[in-house]
Design a protein around this ligand. Structure first.
Ligand SMILES: Nc1ncnc2c1ncn2[C@@H]1O[C@H](COP(=O)(O)OP(=O)(O)OP(=O)(O)O)[C@@H](O)[C@H]1O
Ligand SMILES: [Mg+2]
Length: 252
């Protein structure tokens, strides 16, 4: 009986493994696509959330992001690492968030990552009601599937690497989004920088919402100050900005 079950699982895993294409780095491949992750992908495929993976968008420290397909539609598939990562950092953002009170004492790493992904999904959902962010589509365990930002198969560049026609206008839009996120969605991004904003046709779009916290988090104001500081520092090379004034404009 147990043997039959294992065989069935193996079959699912094999099937899913065949649907992971275009991931050329063998080390990443073996590290990311362990049995548990392949099974979670299988479930997502079974639910019709995704057909296959066919390329790498970015391999990082916290997560690997892949290009996925559902029918003709491109998807961004972010797979959070479960192994060696900084769990105390994650705790600093989960602790103090009223939305995660019951589960924050969890000791299991897998459960922590699952929570982290659920947090990213919920944050994206709330943010999407007020600002343009990638639409979250489905999630399971350490995987989140969202709208792909890019043209054709080419992902949108990070603000850091993009060439801006009108930096002042881009800065204004980011400021507007920080304010809407704070005032309307009740969230602080908490890791905002030129790395976590993608540029689509001149429009800045915030991404990477796992660590975003609710406005009433005890450290929300500190995180908001840091976000504003990172963004103003980046734009200081284009024109002079009064950081304090920007912060007050966002809060008032
Ligand atoms: N929806 C998306 N569409 C297109 N590209 C994306 C999307 N989401 C993420 N990316 C790309 O993947 C990269 C990593 O995503 P993200 O910032 O969410 O992960 P991360 O937590 O910062 O991971 P790490 O810290 O390990 O790099 C981004 O810099 C961006 O280039
Ligand atoms: Mg990031």
């Amino acid at each position: 009986m147990l043997e039959k079950k294992v065989l069935k699982l193996d079959k699912k895993i094999d099937q899913m493994r065949k649907r992971v294409k275009g991931v050329e780095d063998y080390k990443i491949h073996d590290e990311v696509f362990d049995r548990t992750t392949l099974l979670a992908l299988y479930d997502l495929a079974n639910k019709g959330a995704i057909d296959l993976l066919y390329g790498t968008i970015k391999t990082g420290k916290e997560a690997n992001t892949f290009l996925g397909k559902r029918g003709d539609e491109n998807l961004a598939v972010k797979i959070h690492r479960t192994g060696n990562r900084d769990y105390s950092m994650m705790m600093a953002y989960i602790d103090g968030d009223h939305r995660f009170e019951d589960i924050k004492k969890s000791k299991s790493k897998r459960i922590m990552v699952k929570l982290w992904v659920q947090k990213e999904f919920r944050n994206l959902k709330s943010a999407s009601e007020h600002i343009r962010v990638p639409e979250p589509l489905a999630s399971k365990n350490n995987i989140i599937i969202m709208e792909f930002l890019g043209e054709g198969d080419v992902p949108a560049p990070m603000l850091k690497n993009s060439r801006m026609e009108d930096p002042k206008e881009v800065f204004k839009k980011i400021k507007r989004d920080i304010k809407r996120l704070y005032k309307k969605a009740g969230l602080v991004h908490a890791d905002l920088s030129e790395y976590n904003i993608l540029m689509m046709k001149g429009e800045p779009i915030m991404i990477d919402f796992a660590q975003a916290v609710a406005k009433d988090h005890p450290r929300a104001e500190e995180f908001l100050r840091r976000d504003v500081s990172n963004i103003t520092n980046f734009f200081q090379k284009y024109f002079k900005i009064d950081e304090k004034k920007v912060f007050n404009e966002i809060c008032d």
